[in-house]
Design a protein around this ligand. Structure first.
Ligand code: HEM
Length: 518
């Protein structure tokens, strides 16, 4: 038998000891009066819960929610306690808390170890958020024609379908390619949005953030600076992406130096929008290129997962296809392909919102308590400094009690965990002809509307600023698919979702049949 040599032993022993020591220390240090989930009070049992959360997160959350439906519970993660907030009132308070008390950026920095995967700037100066809220969203209508054009080309190119022959398509990878191209057509226009090497760099970078980030997060803090640079190829990716973006950024900075910020002929794209909101160091070439990678990382996988889920739902509940296709065809016949036309596709909007409601992450609205005195709810309950706090996605979206407060349509109350793509469009049809006071609540239930009961895009201070673009892109994609393609399920069973810790994703192996319509 071969025994490992001393170097190998050391390599495994040091991290293991550090890891065990960190866990014991942290769990001991953070003992508190908050109820843990049943059976998790001891050191060993809490550690077992932390491991269980990685593989079967919803079981852990259900235990906590069943314990107290209107309060706060906590469970152990590998290096900290996670406080989970249940009930509308608490969600409203959490969502409204300012960033100097509850920080969304610090929570993301922890989950995805962004210091290593996206660079320090992500956390220290997150000016990309203002860029998405401001210039990017303001320019959506103006840039819609190029986004629409790319949707046509991207589906054609990625699906590669000829005539009306059925093809079995693995839908998640295809969605990623289509979304990456379409998003980058908004960001840069031609030709860069079709550079396959550039697109692959953006996609691979996002994969690193979503897979290696959480992996790093499961290592003890002391090991992260050592292993971070090995696990994340951030610097290499940045160097490679600068081959594509470097000359473009140089030229913009040069033009600005010569002719001022609003020089004639300045392109309406991501670099200009980033330059609009940045100052000093934020306007240097590597920082701007890294920001492009950051925007791609937050935009591509979220939208591709939403599109994949929508297509799984559409093929699982095919009775939605015809009514949505008829709606899309009649709206486009009357108005053409404009962003405004998408606002009249109520069935598609309702369908996507329903798909996002049912396919929700285990934990949403994750925040880190950064105020030294902790975060205090109005009833005095205080979450200590340095803790993480979040809202359970499924418990919130599937809860009949909560939904009966927000949505008083009978069907919504009785069947919260059943997929009904037209819940909201039906409500709109039922109220047709009523005056504005009878319909006002409909305006708060679009795909982009957030609420304490609907947190797919978060809610409050840090609600996703990219949701206006995501909704435009996804509605246009779904309408395009319905009009130009037939789709059907591969099997009777919807490909099962994958849950790992707080994240839920559509099954990446799932396939659907697609053919071009005549
Ligand atoms: C369907 C697609 C998308 C989904 C489901 C989604 C979801 C989310 C969620 C849940 C959050 C956290 C909100 C919170 O904690 O309260 C978030 C934040 C954010 N999203 Fe999105 N997102 C999507 C698309 C996009 C796109 C396309 C962009 C950019 C173009 C974007 C940019 C951002 C940014 C910058 C933040 C951070 C906001 C902040 O911390 O204040 N997202 N998104």
């Amino acid at each position: 038998m071969n025994f490992p040599d001393s170097d190998t032993l050391l390599l495994y022993a040091v991290p293991s000891i550090c890891w065990a020591a960190s866990i014991c220390w942290l769990l001991y240090r953070q003992r508190s009066a908050f109820p843990g989930i049943p059976g998790s009070d001891g050191l060993i049992s809490s550690y077992l819960v932390a491991l269980r959360f990685l593989r079967r997160p919803n079981e852990v959350i259900v235990l906590g929610c069943n314990q107290d439906r209107n309060g706060v519970f906590r469970f152990a993660r590998l290096f900290n306690w996670e406080y989970v907030v249940v009930g509308r009132k608490r969600v409203v308070e959490l969502a409204a808390a300012p960033s100097n008390i509850l920080s969304a950026v610090e929570a993301l920095a922890d989950t995805f170890q962004t210091d290593y995967t996206l660079g320090l700037e992500f956390r220290i100066n997150p000016y990309h958020i203002g860029m998405v809220q401001g210039p990017l969203t303001r320019n959506l209508s103006r840039c819609f024609p190029r986004v629409r054009d790319e949707i046509v080309h991207a589906f054609d190119h990625v699906l590669g379908l000829h005539e009306n022959v059925w093809n079995l398509v693995q839908i998640f990878p295809a969605s990623i390619q289509v979304v990456a191209r379409t998003s980058n057509r908004l960001f840069f226009d031609l030709p860069i949005c079709r550079e396959s090497e550039y697109l692959q760099l953006c996609i691979d970078n996002a994969v690193v953030v979503f897979t290696r980030g959480p992996m790093l997060c499961r290592l003890p803090k002391v090991l992260r600076p050592v292993l971070g640079p090995f696990l994340s190829p951030r610097k290499r990716t940045l160097r490679q992406v600068l081959k594509f973006l470097g000359p473009l950024i140089d030229e913009r900075l040069e033009q600005e130096k010569r002719y001022g910020r609003n020089w004639p002929g300045r392109p309406n794209d991501l670099i200009s929008w980033l330059l609009d909101v940045s100052e000093g160091e934020g306007r240097t070439k590597p920082v701007l290129a890294q920001r492009v990678l950051i925007i791609n990382a937050v935009a591509i996988h979220t939208s591709a997962m939403t599109l994949t889920n929508a297509l799984y739902d559409l093929t699982t509940y095919p009775e939605h296809i015809l009514p949505m296709r008829e709606e899309a065809e009649s709206v486009i016949a009357a108005q053409g392909w404009t962003k405004a036309a998408l606002n009249d596709m109520h069935k598609i909007d309702s369908f996507l919102r329903e798909s996002m409601r049912l396919n929700i992450n285990t934990l949403q609205l994750r925040r880190k308590v950064v105020a030294k005195d902790g975060f205090r709810f109005s009833d005095g309950t205080t979450i200590p400094y340095g803790s993480f706090i979040s809202v359970p996605g499924k418990a919130t979206h599937y809860d009949p009690g909560t939904h009966s407060i927000a949505l008083d349509a009978d069907i919504y109350i009785s069947l919260p965990n059943v997929f009904d793509g037209f819940r909201l469009s039906r409500l709109r049809e039922e109220r047709h002809g009523l005056d504005a006071s009878g319909c006002s609540d409909l305006f708060t239930r679009h795909m982009i509307s957030t609420a304490p009961e609907h947190i797919a895009f978060g809610h409050g201070q840090h609600a996703c600023p990219g949701r206006f673009f995501a909704a435009t892109e996804l509605k246009a994609m779904l309408a395009h698919m319905l009009i130009n393609y037939d789709i059907k399920a591969e099997t009777d069973i919807r490909p099962p979702e994958i849950c790992i810790a707080e994240a839920t994703m559509p099954n990446p192996q799932g396939k659907i049949w697609i053919r071009k319509r005549e």
